[in-house]
Design a protein around this ligand. Sequence first.
Ligand code: ZN
Length: 405
Amino acid sequence: MNPILVTADRLWDGTGAPTRLRPVVRVADELISAVDTSLLAPAACGGERFDFPGCTILPGLIDTHVHLVMSALDTNEAIIAQVTGENEAQLLSRIEANARSALLAGLTTIRDCGGTRNHVQQVRDRIRRGDIVGPDVLACGSPITTTRGHCHWLGLTADTFQEVEHAAERMLAQDADFLKVMATGGNMTASSDPMKAQYDAATLCRIADIGRAAEKHSAAHVLSRSALPAVVAARYRTIEHCDWRVEEYRYEFDPELAKRIVDQNQFVGLTMSGLARRAFLPQVRAFDIGPVKRLDARFACERRMIDFGIRYTIHSDAGVRLCPIDRFALGLRAAQVELKLTPAEILRAVTATAAEAIGLPDRGVINPGKRADLIIVEGDPLHDLTCLEKMRAVMKAGRWVVPPR
Ligand SMILES: [Zn+2]
């Protein structure tokens, strides 16, 4: 393939360096070959050139927690009825459609944290082969959960230590990229209790160990403090949601535990899903449910984690209610309002940090030798995150997957 040159007004490379002006990014095959800030003489510019005046070049965005099989309907009941009622062809076609939509939001990599059977793996592989267009996908298959536990309706239930071992091994045999466990109950599943741990410490540890033995990372869903010490002790790579709730409306941050998270280089995934987007979704404020009523306390605790130095990604949990996969930027704007983060901090969380958290060191920053995953947006998102909603082009591994407009 001929080299490609991409120019714009600005470049933000994800490394933490300040924005550079008048950048030229050179792409050869799948990789970034050079990043310059002075235009070469036309004769030296072999290859095809794409100019984006008024725009900013950024690393492709990474959403570390989505559910491609879910459709972001208005209620949990409707989502569950759809996922459990549809046939394989219908499920696969929604997974494909959501994957395609993710690209339009600038997501070049997504990690799917729970689907039906091996459907997400099938779509992942079709994208890899080039049969269909979509972001790179990491899939866990289905999350491991208890009978009637959180997301039991996705189909992978295991109660005893041995059943859990089998479940983890089954996911690896189905070519999962990582393991996901529901360490506590969750809001979506009425028969589960978010305040209670679903597994004991030894069982949680065994899942992470099985993952490590297969050179895969593991992710744990944690909606209360009940399971947090065991998840930290088991050294799960990512702690999804990482709620420090000890009572329905009370959060209790523990610096000792937080220090261990930092020391072990674990990452927390902060969830800016539909409900957390209250600043932009007026209908959420009218919801008379616990997860909405405790948002202030939740955000205060998340801010403490950030101030403490815990490394974090920001994810959408896309597919859950009111949270379509193509509105990723809205969750980032919510993080700016609710967690008092700067656009640069937020963008870092969904590029360089996200890549590191999910074990993909080949991406997340724009540097020579890294994979050419680029997005080009109108304006300057370092000053205004709404610029992420004006996507001009998306490149994945050196190819335009959303062609320049
Ligand atoms: Zn989720």
